[in-house]
Design a protein around this ligand. Structure first.
Ligand code: UDP
Length: 239
């Protein structure tokens, strides 16, 4: 039976690169508006949506550290980049007439709310999209880990990781046409074979809390809706 959402509450992870489109830096407004429209569709179907947004389109801690900056400082810059992306997404969601709230792991009171777990859950119950910004608030972590962490905290039914390809493949599907898409993987497959899904910290968090994870192509129109309907879209990682 298609149409009915399979999940009540989801955590969608968007990398900074997903917002960049074909640009080499920053945010492409057309891309962010299209993603916001797809989020609006699943919200209209009754799904409660939390978003974790990356910052790699602006600053990435490892890259700054490679040119000599202390990693802890570089990571603070990366976290602040995620707040900028979160504000772009909040604006785009509001243009879709959704209610949205940015909640940051770093305090920025003139800009957004603090992340307070119980308040985040209240927003979700009221149908507001919650955008979790500044990752975990700690250096040496990633927004993938923040996605797993927030998903566990808010009792999300699934983590949905947006990528540029149709899931996890046996090889690079762009250079190797014979590469096969995996419909299902276990967390331990991903870890043992070092498959490029999310970093190991993020996968271990999902595994230890039995939180399913689906990787899908954000550039494929309608794919997000199919994911929340439980269709065979992308790759499902579970126990
Ligand atoms: N970051 C961090 N702690 C976190 C999440 C992110 O220090 O909990 C920093 C880190 O420097 C990272 C940057 O923020 O490189 C941007 O996040 P990420 O690389 O995860 O973004 P994405 O690759 O998803 O765009």
């Amino acid at each position: 039976e298609s149409g009915q959402p399979r999940y009540k509450r989801v955590l969608l992870k968007l990398s900074g690169e997903a917002l960049m489109g074909d640009r080499s830096f920053g945010v492409d407004p057309a891309v962010i508006q299209r993603i916001a429209a797809e989020v609006e569709e699943i919200a209209a179907a009754g799904v409660e949506v939390g978003l974790v947004i990356g910052g790699g389109n602006i600053f990435r801690g490892v890259s700054l550290a490679a040119s000599g900056m202390h990693r802890a400082t570089a990571d603070k810059m990366g976290m602040m980049a995620t707040v900028m992306n979160a504000l772009s997404m909040q604006d785009a969601l509001e243009q879709q007439r959704l209610k949205a709230r940015v909640m940051s792991a770093l305090q920025m009171h003139e800009v957004c709310e603090d992340y307070i777990r119980r308040r985040a859950i209240r927003h979700l119950e009221k149908g507001r999209v919650v955008i979790f910004a500044a990752g975990t608030g700690n250096p040496f972590f990633t927004t993938d880990s923040a996605a797993s962490l927030r998903a566990i905290e808010i009792d999300a039914d699934i983590v949905i990781k947006a990528t540029k390809v149709d899931g996890v493949y046996s090889d690079d599907p762009v250079s190797n046409p014979a590469a096969e898409r995996y419909a299902h993987l276990t967390y331990d497959d991903v870890l043992a074979r070092r498959l490029n899904v999310m970093d190991a910290t993020a996968i271990v968090l999902c595994r230890d809390h039995n939180l399913p994870l689906r990787v899908f192509n954000i550039n494929k129109p309608g794919a997000l809706m199919r994911v929340v309907q439980g269709e065979d879209e992308g790759t499902l990682v579970e126990r």
